[in-house]
Design a binder for this molecule. Structure first.
Ligand code: AMP
Ligand code: ZN
Length: 469
């Protein structure tokens, strides 16, 4: 497995050596999105960060079982469905499809399994039942609550003291709970809501129980890594630990990883402030590879500020790597096979040592910023030292190195075939025709194809304008 890796564990607040439960294998669960809208660029941070963690673990030789759920039943989904007069499933399926498009644009590998909450209700009923039987949960008027104080380690992840928590809660007069700290595992349906039959009521599960159940079903009772954004530490992950450990009697996850938040122009992203961007919004202005590069240019545990200037800097950074690979490919066309000179051997040694620098950065709790810096150093060496008179072998090896390390970060740095102006004009014409014929799917497809090739369209009153990204 190569050198030792360190991961910062929220549970111990320390960087710890990574030792998986089963040698050579990693069981990893990342809390996924609630699918009621397009994902915003804040949501994209954990998606990109934990995909990069997975890619690096695979590069280190681990077989990674990567599970990420879709929360497809929830108040927001139901509200949107009622507003639009369609079923909740129609909303969730629509936004799962849209999620997959963003995922592809961001070059995020598909999960091993993407379970949906609505397809796992039986398992949830089973776990709730087991918790009741063990005395960790109780039913009141069709609602099932987790008996929080029955789990003695409650608060161990978020470092909260249970008595302090209790003191901070306002007690509702009508509260039917035994204790204000108790949280919902199952709740009865309200008018117009989707529901499932259970021993307690026709209703639906609480949010926290789904991850405990899906993680157990697809990865087993104990997993290596559980991850998500830092806002999930409390109460979501704390409650997941309580449910899983109370039910299974074993430590749930060994390493808890959390990314810090993304802000916009140093402010919290919020719809009401008007500083809210979906990944889809950004894709109209930049290829999504640039968003990925931007997210990885700082450490995942540092707050990250999104701004146009930083996106432009990311665009330049990615372009530098792209240009280098393009040039090397070009040099390869005329290069000859010959034995390596001493100088060429030195260049390869330098590339190898920069590869080690990359590995060391990533081994240190996934320091992607330093890893990118190592790629830049290889690019710099290639730009300054490699010419058409070098051997084919050297050029190929340096090119492969840049591609390989970029791929570990999920960055696609091969220059795509450029479209000629005439071809672009023709595609724009085809798109206009598709729109006239109300074939909007085709029109979108053409727009995305152009975007992939770095062509940005702008619909203006005078017609369609385009520019190269
Ligand atoms: P949600 O759909 O709100 O449950 O969020 C899905 C994932 O995105 C969770 O892991 C959140 O922690 C994460 N997330 C939400 N907003 C942000 C943000 N502004 N920056 C970073 N991560 C976020
Ligand atoms: Zn979760």
């Amino acid at each position: 497995m190569g050198a030792k890796m360190k991961i910062y564990n929220t549970l111990t607040k320390k960087k710890e050596e990574f030792i998986p439960i089963e040698e050579g294998k990693v069981r990893m669960y990342v809390c996924g999105p609630t699918v009621y809208n397009y994902i915003h660029i804040g949501n994209a941070r954990p998606i990109i960060v934990f995909d990069t963690v997975r890619r690096y673990l695979e590069y280190k030789g681990y077989e990674v079982n990567f599970v990420s759920n879709f929360t497809d039943v929830d108040d927001k989904i139901i509200k949107k469905a009622n507003d639009e007069g369609v079923s909740a499933t129609e909303i969730s399926e629509r936004f799962i499809d849209e999620y997959r498009k963003d995922q592809e644009g961001l070059n995020v590998k598909p999960a091993t399994t993407n379970p949906k909450a609505t397809e796992e209700i039986d398992g949830m009923i089973e776990m709730i039942d087991a918790l009741i039987k063990k005395g960790h949960a109780y039913e009141k008027n069709g609602t099932v609550y987790f008996r929080t104080r029955s789990f003695k380690d409650y608060g161990k992840l978020s470092k909260k003291n249970i008595d302090d928590l209790e003191a901070g809660i306002r007690i509702a007069v009508s509260d039917e709970k035994e204790d204000p700290l108790d949280f919902v595992l199952w709740k009865p349906k309200k008018e117009g809501e989707p529901y499932w039959t259970s021993p307690w009521s026709d209703g639906r599960p609480g949010w926290h129980i789904e991850c405990s159940v899906m993680s157990k079903k697809y990865l087993g009772e104990q997993i290596d890594i559980h991850a998500g954004g830092e806002d999930l530490v409390f109460p979501h992950h704390e409650n997941e630990i309580a449910q899983s450990e109370a039910c299974n009697g074993k430590e749930f996850a060994k390493y808890w990883m959390h990314n810090a938040f993304l802000n916009i122009d140093n402010k919290k992203m919020s719809k009401s402030e008007g500083n809210f961007f979906t990944v889809r919004d950004i894709s109209e202005q930049y290829p999504l590879q640039i968003l990925r590069f931007f997210m990885l240019s700082s450490h995942y545990r540092s707050p990250l500020n999104f701004s146009r200037e930083l996106m432009e800097a990311s665009k330049n950074g990615l372009e530098r790597i792209l240009t280098a690979t393009y040039n090397l490919e070009h040099l390869l066309e005329s290069a000859e096979s010959k034995e390596l000179t001493e100088e060429e051997k030195n260049i390869l040694t330098e590339a190898e040592s920069l590869n080690s620098k990359f590995d060391m950065a990533m081994d240190d709790d996934f320091n992607t910023a330093d890893a990118i810096a190592a790629i830049f150093e290889i690019v710099k060496a290639a730009n300054s030292k490699i010419t058409s008179s070098n051997s084919k072998e050297l050029i190929q090896k340096v090119l492969d190195k840049i591609l390989k390390l970029s791929d570990i970060l999920g960055l696609q740095v091969k220059k795509k075939e450029e479209l000629l102006d005439d071809e672009i004009e023709q595609l724009i014409q085809d798109r206009q025709n598709a729109r006239k014929g109300k074939d909007f799917a085709k029109a979108d497809e053409i727009r995305n194809l152009l975007l992939e090739k770095g062509i940005i369209l702008e619909d203006t009153r005078e017609g369609v304008r385009w520019k190269r990204a």
